[in-house]
Ligand binder design. Structure first.
Ligand SMILES: Cc1ncc(COP(=O)(O)O)c(C=O)c1O
Length: 350
């Protein structure tokens, strides 16, 4: 094929992470408690559903339920097929072809993917030594959109609240997107502020604290004028009726979310202590995953661990993340298994 046929902005996009799956998955930062219990009940209801009919184009029932939860209006919400779709929609809505989108580095790899597939130009601004925002460099980078994840993936920390506020308030002529896919675990959010800012969009997901990654449900929250633009651009019907029903049920059971967050807080301490005892450098986490570095070569570590039935994610080839790997925080049993297997691998590779 003539490579020039490809649109110039997408030529360097690789295929996404698609490993051969076997054993315990601690590589995708999903929920340690397993699928949300709301699923079974909602799927039973779905048996009675007329799936010959289209869903609501904008998932109105789910938006109403979200509005109740956050004491906002349903028109503050845009629902998508995963928060990934909402990210895609916001670039389709607000970014001109060729325009620059500023994002901290290291960050979530799909952030630059969505910019490129929508003909924009990602502009990476390095985080500081301790993985915090370099507010001055972000301001100097220009651009109409800044996109940051809080907590950040894969570094697992949150940014200082005042730094995010400075980015939002520093220049009112740009949109700041706060991707809060892991927000529940940190207990921090800009959702309560969306009506007080003209330029803030928050994205959230049901894939993590709600344990519904397989259903592909996410949402954006902003003031109504911004949300209205995204709603017009989003593909109508993108969320199917089954996922919408499951999400509504899951939202009504906040006790499961609290339980998940509690399990992650407990598991984090266990893993941090265990990893340090094994000689790894552990980066501070406020998410449901931990980034850690060292004691042996990252490629060998991830490979040997997979052979022993535990999958973690390798980031060791990336600049600033040299020799780093990332694991999901699991239940007590999952964490113990991971630590035991890590110990075996380290022993075998001395
Ligand atoms: C920072 C960040 N944003 C967004 C997503 C995508 O979430 P969803 O499953 O809702 O598309 C992820 C998934 O891992 C993520 O890490």
């Amino acid at each position: 094929m003539n490579t020039e046929w490809q649109r110039s902005t997408i030529r360097d996009i690789p295929l996404y992470y698609n490993p051969k799956v076997s054993g315990l998955r601690m590589d995708t930062s999903t929920n340690p408690l397993g699928a949300n219990p709301a699923v079974k009940e909602a799927l039973r209801e779905c048996l009675e559903m007329d799936l010959n009919q289209y869903p609501s184009p904008y998932s109105d029932d789910l938006r109403r339920e979200l509005a109740k939860l956050y004491s906002l209006h349903e028109d503050n919400f845009v629902v998508g097929n995963g928060s990934d779709e909402v990210l895609d929609v916001l670039f389709k809505s607000f970014m001109e072809p060729g325009e620059r989108v500023v994002m901290p580095y290291p960050g979530y790899s799909l952030h630059s993917y969505f910019v490129k597939v929508n003909c924009g130009s990602p502009c990476h601004v390095d985080l500081t030594e301790d993985f915090q925002l370099d507010v001055g460099a972000i301001d100097r980078a220009g651009g109409k959109i800044v996109l940051l994840a809080n907590p950040n993936n894969p570094t697992s920390n949150t940014f200082r609240h005042q730094d995010i506020v400075s980015v939002i308030e520093g220049r009112k002529d740009r949109i700041v997107v706060v991707d809060e896919a892991y927000g529940e675990f940190a207990g921090k959010s800009f959702i309560p502020q969306v009506e007080s800012y003209d330029n803030v969009i928050v994205t959230r997901t049901f894939s993590k604290a709600y344990a519904l990654a397989g259903m592909r449900i996410g949402y954006g929250v902003s003031n109504r004028p911004l949300a209205e633009v995204m709603q017009r651009v989003k593909i109508p019907y993108s969320l199917n009726r089954v996922s919408e029903r499951v999400a509504i049920r899951a939202l009504r059971d906040q006790s499961f979310v609290r339980e998940s967050v509690g399990a992650v807080h407990q598991g984090r301490k266990q893993l941090e202590d265990g990893l340090r005892d094994l000689g790894f450098h552990v980066f501070p986490s406020e998410a449901n995953f931990i980034l850690f570095r060292g004691a042996m070569d990252h490629r060998l570590l991830v490979k040997r661990l997979a052979e022993k039935g535990v999958m973690i994610r390798d980031f060791g080839e990336k600049r600033r993340l040299e020799n780093c790997v990332r694991t999901t925080i699991g239940t007590r049993e999952m964490n113990s298994l991971l630590l035991d297997k890590l110990k075996e691998v380290l022993g075998e590779c001395q």
